[in-house]
Design a protein around this ligand. Sequence first.
Ligand SMILES: [Ca+2]
Length: 121
Amino acid sequence: MKIFGKWLAVCMAVVTVFSLGFSSVSAAEATDDVNTNACVNVTLYEHINYGGRTWSACVDSAGYRGVGWFNDMASSLKVSGGCVRVFEHAYWGGRSLRFCQGSPDLGSWGFNDMITSLRAD
Ligand SMILES: [Ca+2]
């Protein structure tokens, strides 16, 4: 009976360690989910070198995002908190480019006055 008691204590310790381990794994996954869903801050500028009127949004990778009144106007952009893919046409159509940081002159990428939609990427 004494041996059984010790064995039980060891089993309980093992179970405790495992459940602690699993709960920290779950916590890490939950954090990853939050990061996956986090949006990317994008600001589009009417002129090169971040000049003129601006359009800003925090875009994610799931929901559709068109640039609305800023259609075909962007000549430079800033990106923070991730990467973004910008598209020539609505609903992620046409040519696209991926930016993980700002660009002072979209014309150097052949993309001046072209951005119509975008998403986190
Ligand atoms: Ca366009």
